[in-house]
Design a binder for this molecule. Sequence first.
Ligand SMILES: [Cu+2]
Length: 70
Amino acid sequence: MTEHLKLRVTGMTCGGCENAITFTLMQLAGVQQVKASREQESVEVTYDSAQVSKDKIAHAVTDLGYEVAA
Ligand SMILES: [Cu+2]
């Protein structure tokens, strides 16, 4: 099932950060679309919940060194 998720992410300081998060999340099976915004401190993800979980997506972001607010 296709779901949409909006995470509040802090620590992005430039376009490179946005690209790094977008690139990494797009590598995850099941992730269909990513929109990272440092200005809004948000990462929006469209994904297939049968293939990838919200936890896994959030973990991929924190593994890159950014903070995900609950
Ligand atoms: Cu950056």
